[in-house]
Ligand binder design. Sequence first.
Ligand code: AMP
Length: 223
Amino acid sequence: MPQPDMILLGPPGAGKGTYAEYLKQHVGYVHMSTGDILRAAVAEQTELGQQAQAYMNAGELVPDELVIDLVRERVALLGADERFLLDGFPRTVAQAEALAELREELSRPEPLVINVAVSDEEVMRRLGGRRVCRSCAAIYNVDRDGLDIGDKCPECGGELYLRSDDQPEAILNRLAIYKRDTQPLIDYYQQRGQLITVDGEQGQQRVSEELGRLVRAGQRDCQ
Ligand code: AMP
């Protein structure tokens, strides 16, 4: 019996990409990250990429119609036994409503909607602790790796620095945008009794295990 479709919500730094990869490998989801799809479209300069580029460069959301169309196309291609894991979509209530319509049209089961909750302080610590090598672009973390600005990169000896979008002010801005865009969405799913919140601060291993448990419970509910 296939697992339910999944929507993964969470602030920047919550580890959505890491958990999506884990679930893809261990459960067999088809991972759809709208951010990745849009970045590839920009790199290839497709029509969608050209339309999306200016919004993405400005850190703004791409218009709903464009993103809804691209998700619609991909979900419609899935086989009856394939399940999607959406990461970065929906980002607005209009997108959530379009997804609910699509689900009915295609007779797909209710998705699991999981919010990986991480406090603002923890987001600041995780993103603010990121250090990048100027020479080989390797990524480290002050807490995990004990490396800081001024230290040499263990890989290539290059200089470690703090990315401009990881400066405290830039992180606060990203968090404000996330809250502005996503809080109404969290309310939308909560009002429908669909939102499951997972504590994203209990360590990567435990979060992964909890997600796995939720998927198995959802599998039973689908039967
Ligand atoms: P992400 O990698 O998810 O942070 O997405 C990078 C950028 O792609 C965002 O800043 C938006 O410009 C755009 N984007 C990704 N997903 C969506 C979405 N669901 N709705 C609108 N814009 C999106």
